[in-house]
Design a protein around this ligand. Structure first.
Ligand SMILES: C[S@@+](CC[C@H](N)C(=O)[O-])C[C@H]1O[C@@H](n2cnc3c(N)ncnc32)[C@H](O)[C@@H]1O
Length: 303
């Protein structure tokens, strides 16, 4: 009984035989990003989510822990750095043990702006160490004096725990809903790793959440800007770029992941929603029923 329920609610995207015959289109390339020639000064945002220094089977790529990960990450950042426009941004993902390597790699080519830490509630507990419950995303810019950052576009909607009033009126929160919109800090605990009941889920072993990419893209790019992901995996970055009206270019060395990316881009034609980003704000976790209520009220007003 439990098995049937799981199968019924499992929304993981799968490739069909027909999908496997499809053309990838102009902007999804099945290439090795470190071998391919990329045009200089051509993108506004570069999102780097390479294999971490952990044993992981991506399909074509079977990554094994290496001693010289510092060299790997540093040379890939350097190899791709010329593509970013003078006013552009780069994001580099990794987990705690590669933090020093990432800082060095970013500082070699960019100005380091921040470290975003996002809580990633997945993974097994360890008997010999604390379980890894978060990941870092290092943000660098080409020009300290001329880069894009839009904090007003990445506000977080939170439930008010201590409803403070001044002169009998709600201070900085909405009395009708009990929520307030607050600026985003560099510690982010509002994302959930995609899982089987989410429509964005694919079989990719390290898929990033759409909500996370939406935050980075909205914060540092404008509509029409170009977003580039050379390690695109299941396609989260180009899919979110498309949903938010940005241009995209992406590649993966594994054709299957390119096919998943293409399929998700097609699905985005009919559905540009991003789970957890609604009404122009990022909702904290476990607020789906309130988001649905707002959607319902909007639909009633539209009808
Ligand atoms: C950490 S995953 C990226 C996951 C992705 N952000 C997502 O949301 O699904 C890294 C991906 O890089 C790909 N890859 C590894 N080395 C590559 C290379 N040299 N060129 C292109 N793709 C590569 C792997 O096949 C894998 O899908």
């Amino acid at each position: 009984m439990a098995e049937t329920m799981t199968a019924k609610n499992n929304r993981t995207i799968q490739l069909t035989e027909e999908d496997r015959q499809r053309d990838l289109g102009r902007f999804i390339l099945n290439v090795d990003c470190l071998e391919h020639e990329w045009p200089e000064n051509s993108v506004d945002m570069l999102f780097l989510d390479p294999p971490y220094n952990l044993e992981k089977d991506f399909g074509v790529v079977k990554f094994k822990e290496v001693k010289n990960y510092r060299e790997y990450v540093s040379s890939l950042v350097y190899r791709l750095s010329h593509v970013v426009k003078p006013g552009g941004s780069v994001f580099l993902c990794n987990e705690w043990s590669a933090s020093c390597d990432c800082v060095e790699a970013i500082e070699r080519c960019y100005n380091l702006k921040n470290r975003l830490t996002w809580q990633r509630e997945k993974g097994r507990a360890s008997k010999s160490n604390w379980k890894a419950g978060c990941e870092d995303i290092w943000w660098g810019v080409n020009d300290q004096a001329d880069y894009k950052f839009y904090p007003e576009r990445i506000k977080i909607r939170k439930q008010v725990i201590a409803p403070y009033k001044e002169g009998g009126k709600a201070k900085d929160w909405d009395e009708t809903t009990g929520f307030r919109d607050t600026g985003s800090s560099n510690f982010l605990n509002i994302f959930s790793v995609p899982f089987w009941s989410m429509p964005e889920n694919t079989p990719h072993p390290t898929q990033k959440p759409e909500k996370l990419l939406a935050m980075l893209i909205l914060a540092t790019t404008d509509e029409g800007d170009v977003v580039f992901d050379p390690f695109c995996g299941s396609g989260t970055t180009p899919v979110v770029a498309k949903k938010l009206g940005r241009k995209y270019i992406a590649c993966d060395v594994d054709r299957d992941w390119c096919l998943y990316t293409s399929k998700r881009l097609d699905l985005a034609e009919g559905d540009s929603s991003i789970q957890g980003y609604h009404d122009g704000v990022f909702w904290e976790r476990n607020t789906l029923k309130y988001q649905q209520q707002i959607k319902f009220e909007e639909n009633v007003l539209d009808a």
